[in-house]
Design a protein around this ligand. Structure first.
Ligand SMILES: [Zn+2]
Length: 233
């Protein structure tokens, strides 16, 4: 059960207005159901939207490589997506069968909300994982605050997902997900139906992370950096 603001009151030692002395002060923390889930310096801004598109693609390709470097990808499974800054109802995704560690910006495909490849990619890699569209298009459509979604079958995350339980808050690090992660227990195999994507979206709600039982993990962010950071946390 989430604590009320009053139960999150903590006492600290802080500097006194009198030089050289110290006194106990009190910080009142007001928790919110939907605290900002981004952090760090703000993303660069662009006057030229086409430059921004290239930046988004390069950061997304880099994110695939980071996930691969950390041993968090599995075969052809998993997909990371970023919303296109020009066509906001389209997103960029990996081509099917290319290992995360080999991803480049020019490999990425831009897919519209019907699942059609609009542009991008190599001539011999004009296909993508159908589950990527079913899951990610639904989230991008339902969450305008989300520009990036990370889903992978990371070994530890997938193993934990088989327990069928939400994240226990035993450490300070897990507090990052306090009231912001959900267990999705109704996994029905490879996600190919609109019914299941709707249930995934409903389960995620306004949260930033989902434990997909017997499947893997999913995180979202206002940019690919935050979505990857939450995934690796
Ligand atoms: Zn999956």
């Amino acid at each position: 059960m989430a604590p009320s603001s009053s139960t999150l009151t903590s006492t600290i030692a802080g500097p006194s207005s009198t030089a050289g002395a110290a006194h106990a002060g009190t910080i009142h923390i007001e928790p919110s159901d939907h605290m900002s889930f981004d952090f760090g310096p703000p993303a660069p801004t662009f006057d030229d939207k086409y430059e921004e598109r290239e930046y988004v693609k390069q950061r997304l390709a880099l994110a695939y490589r980071v996930i691969a470097r950390e041993g968090m990808c599995e075969g052809a499974s998993g997909h990371l997506t970023s919303r296109d800054p020009i066509d906001r109802d389209c997103f960029w995704v990996n081509p099917y069968g290319l290992h995360f560690s080999r991803m480049t910006a020019s490999d990425l495909l831009m897919v519209d909300h019907h699942g059609k490849i609009v542009m991008g990619g190599k001539p011999d890699r004009q296909r993508y994982n159908a589950a990527a569209f079913v899951i990610h298009s639904a989230i991008h459509a339902a969450r305008p605050d989300v520009d990036s979604v990370v889903h992978a079958h990371s070994p530890y995350g997938k193993a934990f997902s088989t327990l069928g339980r939400n994240l226990p808050f035993y450490t300070q690090d897990s507090a990052l997900f306090w009231n912001d992660i959900k267990l999705y227990a109704a996994h029905g195999g490879v996600v190919l139906s609109a019914k299941e994507s709707g249930e995934i979206v409903g389960s995620l709600g306004k949260k930033k992370a989902l434990i997909m039982q017997n499947h893997g993990l999913l995180t979202v962010g206002g940019c690919i950096e935050s979505a990857v950071a939450w995934f690796m946390a």
